[in-house]
Design a protein around this ligand. Structure first.
Ligand SMILES: CC(C)(COP(=O)(O)OP(=O)(O)OC[C@H]1O[C@@H](n2cnc3c(N)ncnc32)[C@H](O)[C@@H]1OP(=O)(O)O)[C@@H](O)C(=O)NCCC(=O)NCCS
Length: 211
């Protein structure tokens, strides 16, 4: 990032907002990701060490919203709709077309939506302001969220869990569970000890391939 908060490789003529903290080793493909960013919170977004924010990621943040992306987490084409707080742990893989939303922004009542849509006309760009309270989302360490999935307000996805492609997560996912479908159901439980042993084996293999 340059001193005036531009990205040297950017195709979009934007800047990284002042209250977005980008670790020196994090990668942001384009400032287009901040087109819908409106948060005035201090440290509204923190992008951890070695994290990657690729094309199509959209940070749609309301005035008080905060998002934390953990170390070495990779996001590609995902949308975060946040009015409260979305925390994504370290070593997560968040695939394309995923939506993490801590707010629906629109009321269930058709009459109330009508008021909201009329009000939207008074803004430029036209937007629907949240009327419903937001509920934070927490994504643990080492989570993989498959493509086209949606995580709804108030959900926690536990460490090491996997969300299958095209799932709608309506309930918390326990650590090391694989959840899939609409609504997402647990299809399998991973063994955390085996996962840790596999990590150790992978690190050892990597080291020996380098020596
Ligand atoms: C979730 C996932 C990892 C499960 O893989 P798996 O453990 O090998 O699971 P299986 O293929 O053995 O399927 C187990 C059961 O779950 C079902 N299932 C698997 N994935 C599902 C999904 N995404 N939605 C609904 N059901 C699913 C299978 O139909 C099967 O059901 P059955 O027992 O009734 O036959 C994989 O299906 C998936 O969705 N991967 C995400 C891929 C992705 O998004 N890649 C993007 C690049 S980062």
């Amino acid at each position: 990032m340059t001193l005036d908060r531009k990205l040297e490789w950017d195709w979009f003529p934007g800047t990284v907002p002042d209250n977005v903290l980008v670790h020196d080793t994090a990668y942001v493909e384009t400032t287009y990701s901040f087109l819908l960013f409106r948060s005035a919170a201090p440290e509204a977004i923190r992008l951890g060490r070695g994290s990657s924010i690729y094309l199509g990621v959209m940070f749609d943040l309301g005035p008080d919203a905060r998002v934390h992306v953990g170390d070495f987490t990779l996001m590609n084409g995902s949308r975060i709709i946040c009015d409260s707080h979305v925390t994504i742990g370290d070593y997560c893989l968040i695939s394309w077309n995923t939506v993490l939303m801590d707010t629906y922004r629109a009321p269930v009542s058709p009459a109330a939506r009508q008021v909201l849509l009329k009000e939207a006309v008074r803004h430029s760009p036209r937007r629907v302001e949240a009327t419903e309270p937001a509920r934070p989302i927490v994504i643990g360490t080492g989570v993989w969220i498959g493509f086209d999935s949606c995580v709804l307000p108030g959900i926690t996805v536990g460490d090491g869990a996997i969300v299958g492609a095209r799932s709608v997560v309506t309930q918390d996912v326990p650590p090391y569970a694989i959840a899939a479908g609409n609504p997402a159901q647990i299809i399998r439980q991973l063994d955390p000890d085996e996962s840790r042993r596999a990590t150790t084996r992978a690190i050892e293999q990597f080291k020996s391939s380098k020596s």
